[in-house]
Design a protein around this ligand. Structure first.
Ligand code: ZN
Length: 411
């Protein structure tokens, strides 16, 4: 007797099994069967026409409260962040903070909806989304992201990061605001230790962030060493604190651009520490002139993945919430162009990104919740070449209705 599914995908090309079409049966939100020949019926059947079907895209780093604020800024912050070997990255952050004097949930949410609808269109079903929390932004960004998390529930999952963008020690009151954001329902505690003025303050920042994480029993995401200074040590400090606190597997580093300038022996020490701390690094080589040493970290066996980072804000003018586009750009920036390297790039926007943000119920395996993309291309090479929107996106076992998602974004 034919098995009954809610959703059946036929003629699917799977990674690692070229030329052998498969069928995928989904019921009650879960992947129930993946077979070459699957005798099943379904309310909805999708013919993949021999194109690639994989786990959906995962974006482990996006400053979602700032999307589409570029128009509100002059270009001084962008010039400072991208210029002179990133020597003025701190000034850039100070300039970019000016937009937050106008922060209000009512206009932020409208921008957020447009960006999250784009994520749905481009098959990006999970986002670790950062909201600035500081004396200017207050809780306006966090409130907007929590609102969006509710509105897009079941379509795009948002992990809201309460992010102390302007510092903890140098920004009095920021730690209390982060605590209030966690009480409102933020999912992750976010810091940026390198922005403090002294080594003692950097250490204090790391400590305070982990104190709050322990208080609320939540994971930590920190932007580390995001300037052109090889002497910055906040990544190392974060890894040490992760081990001391027993926060292994719940601690994620972002940017780490100073790593580009580390002497090799120091890089190897940090890589060893990262592995002990079970800490991943999210790199975004397209949004800054320096970037984490992705290739070497991969060789050392460190968990590395790619993030979108910004969409049209004071730090980066482009971005469509399209992770295939990010992988395409990174392929050029890091010259990862062999078939094997393209496969690694694809892992860094799917499975590795999912692991980095702690998604357990994810992956193209029987028993997992179905978060999938049905692409218009038969393999990773062609998918990267066109970096087009998937033919179909499945979230929580349900086909996303893109017209409905467009309506959510007011289109
Ligand atoms: Zn960032």
């Amino acid at each position: 007797m034919a098995e009954q599914f809610d959703l059946l995908i036929v003629n699917a090309q799977l990674r690692g099994r070229p030329g052998v079409p498969h069928s995928i049966g989904i019921r009650d939100g879960k992947i129930q069967a993946i077979e070459e020949v699957l005798k099943g019926k379904a309310k909805t059947e999708i013919d993949a026409h021999g194109n690639l079907v994989s786990g959906s895209f995962v974006n482990p780093h996006l400053h979602l409260c700032k999307v589409y604020t570029l128009e509100m800024m002059d270009e001084e912050a962008l010039k400072d962040y991208h210029g002179e070997g990133m020597g003025k990255a701190m000034t850039a952050i100070e300039l970019a903070a000016r937009v937050k004097e106008k922060y209000d949930q009512s206009w932020i949410i409208e921008n957020v909806r447009v960006a999250v609808a784009l994520a749905a269109r481009f098959g990006n079903t999970h986002i670790r989304a950062f909201a600035d929390v500081d004396g200017k932004a207050k809780l306006e960004g966090v409130k907007a992201l929590i609102q969006a998390r509710q509105e897009f529930k079941g379509i795009v999952d948002l992990q809201v990061v309460a992010f102390a963008q302007d510092g903890i020690v140098r920004e009095p009151g920021a730690a209390d605001l982060v605590r209030q954001a966690m009480e409102l329902g933020a999912n992750v505690v976010g810091g940026i230790p390198w922005i403090e003025f002294t080594d003692e303050d950097i250490a204090e920042h790391v400590k305070v962030i982990f104190d709050i994480a322990a208080e609320f029993d939540k994971p930590v995401s920190m932007l580390v060493d995001d300037a052109g200074d090889p002497g910055l040590r906040s990544l190392e400090l974060m890894a040490q604190e992760t081990i001391q606190r027993g926060w292994e597997g719940r601690s994620l580093a972002h940017h780490a651009r100073a790593m580009a300038l580390y002497p090799k022996p120091y890089l190897q020490k940090v890589a060893a520490l990262l592995k002990r701390a079970q800490m991943g690094v999210v790199s975004d080589p397209h949004t800054g002139p320096l970037h984490a040493r992705v290739r070497e970290l991969l060789e050392e066996g460190v968990l590395v993945c790619l993030g979108m980072d910004d969409i049209s804000d004071a730090y980066y003018p482009y971005g469509r919430n399209n992770m295939l586009e990010v992988a395409f750009l990174v392929s050029h920036l890091l010259w990862m162009t062999t078939r094997q390297e393209m496969g690694t790039l694809y892992d860094m926007i799917t499975t590795k990104a999912a692991e980095a943000i702690g998604l357990k119920d994810y992956g193209l395996q029987v028993g997992k919740t179905a978060h999938l993309v049905v692409l218009e291309e038969p393999n990773v090479l062609e998918a990267l070449r066109s970096h087009a929107a998937p033919a179909q996106v499945i979230s929580h076992g349900v086909l996303i209705d893109q017209a409905e998602v467009g309506k959510l974004a007011g289109r």
